[in-house]
Ligand binder design. Structure first.
Ligand SMILES: Cc1ncc(COP(=O)(O)O)c(C=O)c1O
Length: 305
């Protein structure tokens, strides 16, 4: 097997990671709509919320982030949350139960901003709607150009693209883009939460939206979800998974994160072991970022180093 890494952990500065691909479209729509505020949601250590906050500051907009905290969790000012606050985001903590009504809660915030004379643009969890996902269709066009320029040697088309899946937008865009640009035969999305059936539903809805927005795009490449390396909980790795993260960092200087990309790498390894990805495959591993989340987890890694 040969593995190439698309370094979407290096798409920018403090806003870096996969979310900037979606925000390229979503923030433009917000500016076009005359927004004064970006409103979004995520976990306390959400990379998406951090990227949204940084982009808002860059565009001269305010941001309001609804952040899900676990019962009893006292959010520490580290990692993504530190950056959120540094760039002036308003952070409001909500419970997991409230988070289930996140869309309605964000609409409430938008009304509140409207009543105060502003205009809010609401971005869904992970920036994962049809418009945001177009960023990953375009990203596959970028990979096409890199392949054509010989960036992966003799490879003209990958067997599979492997990446982490947390809210479905990346999977939706990558699968359409892989097909549109002939980048890969199929896509393997490593679920870090929920399960395969949940993401199949979410992505089917986004695909429908993409068809409406851009009818000339082809049907998506075959897309499989795999939740087998979800680990003990969202954001928590088991000891084997931590070992993989440390091993990859030391072998290649490729630093993965415990919430998303580390679990995607574990999924790739498991898929090779099970034959789901064949031994001789040419694989594109999409590094979607997440370093601030790792830096917020020092304690979890003390015993693994
Ligand atoms: C670093 C990182 N990788 C992957 C993902 C998953 O992408 P998506 O939300 O589009 O499924 C996210 C966000 O959820 C992320 O922050």
């Amino acid at each position: 097997m040969r593995v190439w890494v698309k370094r979407d952990d290096a798409t920018g500065g403090a806003e870096t990671g996969n979310k900037i691909r979606k925000l390229e479209y979503l923030a433009a729509a917000a500016v076009d709509a005359g927004a004064t505020h970006l409103v979004t949601c995520g976990a306390v250590q959400s990379n998406h919320a951090r990227a949204t906050a940084v982009v808002a500051a860059r565009l001269g907009l305010r941001s309001v982030l609804l952040l899900r905290r676990r019962p009893g969790e006292e959010p520490r000012l580290v990692g993504n949350l530190l950056v959120d606050r540094l760039v002036g985001a308003e952070t409001r903590f909500i419970t997991p139960e409230q988070y289930r009504s996140r869309t309605a809660l964000m609409d409430d915030v938008a009304r509140e901003i409207g009543a105060a004379g502003g205009r809010a643009y609401v971005i869904p969890e992970g920036g994962s709607n049809a418009l945001g996902s177009l960023g990953y269709v375009r990203a596959m066009g970028e990979v096409r150009a890199q392949l054509d320029a010989g960036a992966a040697g003799d490879v003209r088309r990958f067997d599979v693209v492997v990446h982490a899946c947390g809210s479905g937008g990346t999977a939706a865009g990558v699968s359409v883009g892989a097909s549109a640009y002939g980048v890969a035969d199929r896509v393997l999305a490593a679920c870090v939460c929920d399960d395969e059936a949940y993401f199949a539903g979410v992505v089917a809805t986004i695909h429908e939206g993409i068809r409406e927005l851009a009818p000339s795009l082809p049907a998506p490449a075959p897309l499989d979800f795999d939740a087998s390396e979800k680990g003990p909980a969202y954001g928590v790795m088991n000891d084997d998974q931590k070992r993989v993260l440390v091993e990859v960092a030391r072998a290649d200087g490729l630093v993965l994160d415990p919430v998303y990309t580390g679990k995607a790498m574990c999924t790739l390894r498991a898929a090779v072991a099970s034959g789901r990805v064949r031994e001789g495959a040419d694989v594109l591993f999409l590094h979607t970022g997440g370093l601030p989340g790792l830096l917020a987890e020092a304690q979890a890694f003390e015993g693994a180093l």
